[in-house]
Design a protein around this ligand. Structure first.
Ligand code: ATP
Length: 601
């Protein structure tokens, strides 16, 4: 079983990183001049690909348009410096601003698209921007713009490839470091949670669309920085490096290197650029004619990598590297506990709830109430409407009519995040965890709404105090559910029963008033079910109110205080387990077979 222990103060991994940094710093001095120019290009491409790692690898949004954003950054600085005489350092923030604004507009317009529509949209605006560069006379048409001045540092013009390589190296170092900071933050965990869809992230208070737009803009800003560097290293710009083919190559780099790892992106940029140079030299001689034959080889390479190392080459390197530990930070401040209602006070009220899916009435006029300190079971045969009712309460779907109130607020049409912040936490019928993250990190995701640090603080690593509070709260909840000894194990290594318990720990980090459990015993073994019952009873005794959907009648009958039985979208019965057992309608519709068997036994 793969484990990741807490990090010592000076880890072997950190030592290796420092050594790699020193090698990188010496390269511009040691390499021959031609290689230094190639190295600069690799470093510039790595910055673009780092943006793609965040956008495509982590968030799961495929973009073919990063080269176009690089072009916006490059052309903006070219116009401001070559034509208007600006200092390149002044044109840098303007290049970032212009690209960020264009990316924000395109993001807001296109990021709601699902599936393959988004990649198609990125192709569309990638091509559009390319032709804007090529067909605008003020931008020099397809010939481009020349006479771009060099960048100066402390009065020293960076005209030599070696000095410019250092500027690029520093930029990449800062970009890669901030990307790493982001990924190890609350925002980074939310980004990872969004990869499989919005359901889980939104259930913990993440604004899915808002975060997607932010990461989209961030990746465009990285491309713009690369464009600025490219313009001042080449000292001229034309549309060719910013076209669709370049956009596709950046994706190749991310996929081949390992699109879910910052250093994978750098590896991919290095490999593809080097291989392209070699092929450009070798292939025309071998084939006896000129042409972009390297593109064909790239295609074959990507297919091979996808076939044999689906997650790119970096994960293979990770296998031999010392594992990265999680540094447990000292807790300076605990999160304030949520005031809990006194047992017996009304907490959740569902009144005449109706949910219509086209012609199908999945929930029809259902009413019930739940008081603080209770465990209420929602049962019924398959298709009875239990999950739909769950979705109405948690804000996944709005009710067609009727009213649902929680903590005295009408939540019938509120978002999942809003309802979560009021004190409702949930688990999922199909376990939704991040298998490559530790139990601790998965659990911390549940506390997203208790933190405040956003993208900028995360990029700058200024959210450590909040991260410490989240870490310790998550450790306490893992302790509470009995998983503390596995806090640094990867969640993907757990058995299903433990994964379900982990989901409960994740929900508890939010300090919920009401816990909604969707079939928590599904797939659990006998012993695991008994442990689950003990845990849920203990949580109830500690003041957590629980609503659960469950098919296991033995478990439900021995655990809950009351039951609501649904059938064909309607409420069939409500009452104590004994009253429900004795209800003739319930026996006929749902419990009949079990009860007869029980009687016969
Ligand atoms: N998004 C949807 N669009 C259309 N119909 C839906 C949708 N979600 C659920 N339904 C339908 O609503 C009815 C109730 O489904 P629901 O999943 O709520 O039942 P359930 O009691 O949770 O069943 P199970 O125990 O099998 O999970 C079913 O007929 C289902 O096909």
């Amino acid at each position: 079983m793969t484990t990741a222990r807490t990090a010592p103060k000076f880890s072997r991994r950190l030592g290796l990183s420092l050594a790699a940094g020193l090698v990188a710093l010496s390269l511009p001095l040691l390499l021959p001049l031609f290689q230094v120019t190639l190295l600069t290009n690799i470093l510039i491409f790595s910055i673009v690909v780092t943006g793609l790692v965040l956008l495509t690898g982590i968030l799961g949004l495929t973009s073919f348009g990063q080269a176009a954003f690089m072009g916006v950054g490059a052309y903006t600085t070219a116009i401001l410096t070559a034509q208007m005489g600006w200092n390149p350092w002044l044109s840098l923030p303007v290049s970032l601003l212009v690209t960020g604004l264009i990316a924000w507009i395109l993001g807001v317009l296109t990021l709601r698209m699902q599936g393959h529509y988004l990649p198609l949209a990125t192709i569309a605006w990638g091509i559009s921007l390319f032709y804007v560069f090529g067909n605008t006379p003020a931008l020099g048409g397809f010939t481009g713009l020349t006479d771009i001045p060099p960048v100066s540092v402390f009065g020293l013009e960076l005209t030599s490839p070696r000095s410019f390589a250092y500027l690029t190296l520093i930029c990449l170092g800062l970009v890669a470091l901030s990307a790493q900071f982001l990924l190890s933050s609350r925002t980074g965990r939310a980004m990872r949670a969004l990869r499989g869809g919005s359901l889980v992230a939104e259930a913990f208070g993440v604004s899915a669309f808002g975060l997607r737009v932010q990461v989209f803009v961030l990746s465009a800003l990285m491309a713009a920085l690369a464009g600025w560097l490219y313009a001042h290293s080449q000292r001229f710009v034309n549309p060719t490096p910013f076209g669709l083919q370049a956009g596709i190559e950046y994706l190749f780099m991310a996929v081949v290197g390992g699109s879910q790892h910052v250093w994978g992106g750098v590896l991919g940029a290095g490999l593809i650029t080097q291989i392209r140079e070699v092929l450009r030299d070798v292939l025309p001689g071998l084939l006896g004619q000129q042409g972009n034959f390297e593109v064909i080889v790239f295609g074959a390479l990507v297919i091979l990598v996808l076939q044999f190392a689906r997650r790119g080459l970096w994960p293979l390197i990770e296998l031999v590297l010392p594992q990265e530990g999680i540094r447990i930070l000292p807790e300076r401040k605990k999160f304030a506990a949520r005031p809990k209602p006194t047992p017996g006070t009304p907490l959740l009220s569902v009144q005449h709830a109706v949910k219509q899916f086209g012609g199908l009435r999945a929930v029809g006029d259902v009413s019930f109430e739940l008081s603080a300190g209770e465990i209420l079971g929602l049962i019924g045969p398959n298709g009875a409407g239990k999950s739909t009712m769950f979705n109405l309460i948690t804000g996944v779907n709005p009710a067609t009519s009727g009213q649902i109130t929680f903590m005295g607020q009408d939540i019938s049409r509120r978002s999942a995040g809003h309802i979560h912040r009021l004190g409702l936490s949930r688990t999922f019928q199909h376990v939704h965890l991040l298998p490559d993250l530790t139990l601790l990190e998965n659990t911390m995701m549940g506390g997203y709404a208790r933190g405040h640090a956003g993208m900028v603080r995360s990029l700058l690593h200024l959210e450590r105090a909040e991260e410490a509070s989240l870490q310790h709260e998550a450790l306490r909840q893992l302790e509470r559910v009995g998983l503390a000894d596995q806090a640094y194990v990867l969640a993907g290594n757990l058995a299903l029963g433990q994964q379900r318990v982990l989901e409960i720990a994740r929900a508890l980090v939010a300090d919920p008033t009401l816990l909604l459990l969707d079939e928590p015993a599904a797939g659990l073994r006998y012993g695991e079910k008994a442990e689950l019952v003990t845990l849920l009873r203990r949580l109830r005794d500690e003041g957590v109110t629980i609503l659960l959907v469950e098919h296991d009648m033995d478990l439900v009958m021995g655990l809950v205080d009351r039951l609501v039985v649904m059938n064909y979208g309607e409420k069939l019965a409500e009452g104590t387990p004994q009253a429900v057992r004795d209800n003739a309608d319930v026996r006929e519709a749902y419990l009949g077979v079990d009860m007869e068997e029980e009687g016969a036994a």
